[in-house]
Write a protein that binds this ligand. Structure first.
Ligand SMILES: [Zn+2]
Length: 154
């Protein structure tokens, strides 16, 4: 907490900026475009932590899954009844899935994929994900830019 030395506004977060060689603590708005040396008082604003692994979006069942199942099954010459027995599912349930009247369960999808050697799941489109907006950082201040450099005296 403190007051901005430029506009006088009190702010939870203050930035130490360097302005023409002088250091000032200013609010976020006044820090824009200036050389930020440090930021103070922003405890609840967690820094963006690079997570080891991006969250995997859940797989989605493909469009036309019923047809794909049927075609794969027919290509292998497996009657519905036989397939149902092989994967231990009710034939009526498989018929509904093939007709796309019901979505196969995750378990059934796995069994069908393995039995028929097909892919029924796809990754959702990447652009559907919320992309976090990264905050632009000001360029770091170089120590060589100190305004009041001592001249070597003779
Ligand atoms: Zn200000």
């Amino acid at each position: 907490m403190g007051d901005c030395e430029i506009c006088g506004r009190s702010s939870d977060i203050l930035y130490i900026v360097e302005l023409e060689g002088a250091r000032m603590s200013v609010c976020e708005r006044c820090s824009k475009g200036k050389s930020i040396i440090s930021k103070i008082g922003s405890e609840h604003e967690a820094p963006t932590r690079p997570s080891a692994r991006e969250e995997e979006p859940e797989d989605e069942i493909i469009e036309g899954y019923g047809e794909k199942i049927r075609k794969a099954r027919e290509a292998l010459g497996i009657p519905m009844k036989v397939l149902a027995e092989r994967i231990n599912e009710k034939e009526s349930n498989l018929v509904r899935v093939e007709n796309e009247r019901t979505l196969p369960t995750e378990k059934l999808v796995v069994k069908l994929e393995r039995e028929l050697n097909i892919k029924l799941l796809i990754k959702p489109k990447a652009d559907a994900r919320n992309s976090k907006i990264k905050k632009g950082k000001n360029e770091p201040l170089t120590l060589g830019d100190i305004a009041f450099r001592k001249e070597p005296s003779d």
